[in-house]
Design a protein around this ligand. Structure first.
Ligand SMILES: [Zn+2]
Length: 325
């Protein structure tokens, strides 16, 4: 396990640098769903027990429904949603159970920081579930979404997670159409069937905030907070697709693009975001403030809609993800 001290330092710096970060964009409530007719049938695994309290109000019946086929930069092709926002019995799930075969590569859908993980648990034998509170392999990431810290939890993974706490992960590369290319982000793990699970699947949850690491290894606030979202509706982020269903320009990818071709899709998308944010009164307030601050810092006088390369480089160095529709 990596030194937690350095992990804490990285997280603190990251949070401070990024909290004023990204641009807002309208996000469809149930992004990511595709027609079931297009996808293959997948394994039918889900969490072992579904005894959480019923979800009050309309949230029990909205969202991407169980049985939908979903796409993500985190896996290639389409995968069946074995359980969505609510379990079939109405209990609160507040996550996705994605039907991925044992050993399917799972990639980061957005850049972020590893703030917790557990590894070393063997996959369950077929048909056997060790029950609730049984250990599983999982990864907890911290992202910046709309300028705010958001955690993502990846659960029931196969052993052999190629990450360490404190490590940065990269989001997907962008295609020439400006959309993320699935399977091109950092490899997070291979999907599995560990812990309280009825069959191979990926449990994926997203929630607000990134708890600070407080101790070595897995003894961290982040680790202990990973299921708090079930009992704290105020920490819920809508569906996991929120962290990837906007096209994203990664700052690192952007700088790489600048070094090769300033008319690349990543650069053009980034320029469009900045231009839109500069022009629109409805743009994200935090993002506009950041631009204003940076303009002052670099004595940016140009009032045209195309920002200078120097300005974009400076902006890229201060932020992480930019979404645009
Ligand atoms: Zn689940």
């Amino acid at each position: 396990m990596a030194s937690n001290k350095s992990g804490t330092r990285v997280l603190t710096a990251l949070t401070a640098a990024l909290v004023s970060g990204a641009v807002a964009a309208a996000v469809p409530v149930a992004g990511g769903a595709v027609s079931a007719a297009q996808g293959p049938a997948q394994s039918a695994g889900e969490d072992g027990e579904a005894h959480a309290p019923s979800i009050p109000g309309p949230r029990a019946v909205v969202g991407t429904p169980t049985g939908s086929y979903v796409t993500s930069p985190s896996w290639t092709g389409q995968a069946r949603l074995n359980a969505g926002w609510a379990y079939s019995n109405g209990g609160a799930h507040r996550a996705w159970d994605v039907g991925l075969w044992l050993g399917t590569n799972v990639y980061a859908p957005r850049s972020g920081l590893v703030i917790g993980l557990n590894d070393g648990v063997a996959n369950n034998a077929p048909g056997f579930n060790p029950g609730s509170n049984s250990p599983s392999n999982w990864v907890l990431l911290c992202h910046t979404v709309k300028g705010k810290p958001v955690s993502s939890l990846w659960q029931h993974l196969s052993p052999g997670i190629p990450l360490r706490v404190g490590q940065r992960v990269s989001g997907p590369r962008m295609g020439s159409d400006g959309r993320a290319i699935p399977g091109t982000g950092t490899l997070l793990a291979r999907s599995g069937n560990t812990g309280n699970s009825t069959g191979p699947h990926l449990h994926l949850a997203t929630f607000k905030g990134c708890a600070q690491a407080t101790g070595p290894g897995n003894s961290t606030a982040a680790a202990w907070s990973r299921y708090n979202y079930l009992n704290k509706p105020e920490t819920l982020v809508w569906e996991p697709s929120r962290i990837w269903n906007r096209p994203v320009v990664d700052a690192a990818a952007l700088m790489t693009a600048y070094k090769t071709k300033t008319s690349s899709a990543a650069v053009l998308t980034f320029r469009k975001v900045v231009g839109d944010a500069s022009r629109s009164r409805k743009a994200n307030v935090g993002f506009r403030l950041l631009i204003k601050k940076l303009k002052a810092q670099i004595k940016y006088k140009n009032r045209t809609s195309t920002p200078s390369r120097a300005f974009l480089k400076k902006l890229a160095s201060r932020t992480q993800d930019f979404g645009v529709r």
